[in-house]
Design a protein around this ligand. Structure first.
Ligand code: 13P
Length: 280
């Protein structure tokens, strides 16, 4: 059986000092690309879906296809809901067969963040579903300013993990979602302080566009799950742009660009994160 629990994937990564890639997808072509990459590299991966995709693809239906493809993949794959905004959304993930949920209440003050996150933990833990929470503000790349950035406070991180009983913590250490308007500045001191204060696996969001050396150093400093979305989309888009220049273009050619673009970029990330040949 290929469907894997996030906590099992991250436990092995933490023990053996590598990172598991989490890749966001919202259609069949991206899904094919991700699963082929995992199979070809014999790597565990986490396939993620989020609220923004609900308009394009109703997950109640799509999850059946996703789960059946995961079952046949023969490498361990987690199905993760990324950035759930409420308990109701977390419930949808549970009902749709997800093996983990990220509840993102990081825009709230810490006490409210704890209350919302804890409610999702209370829902998911008895069902064996792994929960990731976030503290600090990762935010969007367009607003990124390394000199005006809301880092995760390492002392609050300890309190947050104790109070919520989450299984994994998403940290704000100079990372941001989407395309960075300038070179990202990762604060490894903050990361090391968080790492020494909490035991749970740490998660790096917004990893597209972070230089390779910084990704490697983040893994050395204790990051065990790395989230990617923008880079796989950009690779697919580059290929589509070339295809549409051709005289004869078909929809199948565009679909193939998405499959192959997502696959190639995912393989590159898997090799960088060191999760290749870790499938058991
Ligand atoms: P990027 O789009 O920057 O790769 O971030 C993905 C992510 O963190 C999803 O949660």
């Amino acid at each position: 059986m290929a469907l894997a629990k996030l906590s099992d994937l991250l436990e092995d990564a933490q023990k053996n000092r590598y990172s598991v890639g989490m890749f966001v997808m919202f259609n069949l072509e991206m899904l094919h690309g991700l699963i082929s990459a995992a199979k070809e590299t014999n790597s565990p991966i986490i396939i993620a879906y989020g609220e923004m995709a609900e308009e394009q693809t109703s997950i109640r239906h799509f999850s059946k296809t996703v789960l059946s493809m995961i079952e046949e993949a023969k490498v361990p794959i987690g199905l993760h809901w990324d950035h759930a905004s409420s308990l109701e959304v977390a419930q949808l993930a549970v009902d749709s067969g997800f093996t983990s949920v990220m509840i993102d209440a990081s825009a709230h003050p810490i006490n409210k963040n704890i209350e919302i996150t804890r409610s999702v933990v209370d829902l998911c833990k008895p069902l064996g579903i792994t929960v990731e929470g976030e503290l600090g503000c990762v935010g969007q790349g367009a607003d990124y300013d390394p000199d005006d950035y809301h880092y995760t406070n390492p002392d609050e991180a300890k309190f947050f993990v104790e109070q919520t009983q989450i299984d994994a913590l998403a940290v704000a250490i100079g990372n941001s979602h989407g395309v960075y308007p300038c070179k990202p500045k990762i604060n490894f001191d903050v990361l090391e302080q968080i790492r020494s204060n909490v035991d749970v696996p740490l998660v790096l969001h917004g990893a597209s566009g972070i230089p390779k050396e910084d990704i490697k150093k983040s893994i050395e400093c204790g990051i065990t799950k790395i989230n990617i979305f923008t880079d796989i989309c950009l690779e697919a888009m580059e290929r589509i742009k070339k295809t549409v220049q051709k005289d004869k273009v078909s929809l199948e050619m565009i679909e193939e660009d998405v499959i192959q673009g997502v696959k190639a970029k995912t393989i590159e990330k898997i090799m960088l994160f060191g999760s290749n040949d870790r499938s058991k």
